[in-house]
Design a protein. Sequence first.
Length: 316
Amino acid sequence: MVAFIRSLAAINNDSSQNKSFIELQISSLHTQRESILNSTLKCRIIFGNFCELFKMIETHAHIYDEAFDADRSAMLDRAFAAGVAQIWMPNCDHTTIDGMMQLATQYAGVCLPMMGLHPTYVKADFERELYLVEDWLNKYPFVAIGEIGMDLYWDKTFVAQQEAAFLAQCELAIKHHLWIDIHSRNAFWEVVALIEKVGNPALTGIFHCFTGTLEEAQKAIDLGFKLGIGGVATFKNGGLDKILPYVDLQHLVLETDSPYLAPVPHRGKRNEVSFVEIVAQRVADLKQMPVAQVITQTTGNAQILLANKNVVAQLQ
Ligand SMILES: [Zn+2]
């Protein structure tokens, strides 16, 4: 104790030594603070990414549709509360661009727009629509080209124009290093033939609202595409219960196609983004795995598509 008091006295008597002692303490405190801050930051980055993986990416929703005019922000709040981190918006034609871009601005980084001409909107004047698509692609960083493809369910009047529009937009996707969001209804093999005609492995994307056979699923996967799974997975005769148990989770992404195709128990009513959690649960049930695993992997799959932009660029 005496020695300790003597050393304190010595420090007190020698002001220079006293100063350096205090400085040493302060600098040590700074180092400790920095290391705590660094590890907090590291934790935040790791934990932040970790949390993102437990959130869903809704890969296909027409949230600009007039069906949501009365309660759009409440509908989106319900989606965020359900764990949706991002909503990708497919375009239809020139009439849907303004509403979509307004949401892209209002919810920047969360509601991400695509650009493209939907096959059921392809008419005799489709080339005029495609000029507009290209014009937008030159001035805005869209997440994808979509939705594009072929629809032979409703009307076959413009089949040749649908093919031409799809091929032209595939070329735009390659040129702009973007993936494509495909709408194919009663036209899966027709779309496959066109993709093979383009013959560029850089062309990838999603077969949105996939409802085909196991053979068709395998073909889409072989072409490097993911399968967009939506509310049809919950339908009694939707057919996806026969194929989803056999398709690896790494090929699936989640979607709703809101306001269309609401899952059971909302079938026939307006669909909304928050219902994507019903789709995730249905996929989990069919594949007999925890829903957290479905969410983590499908979110990762969707993020790969975003990263794919760079891969596509490297392949050029
Ligand atoms: Zn759609």
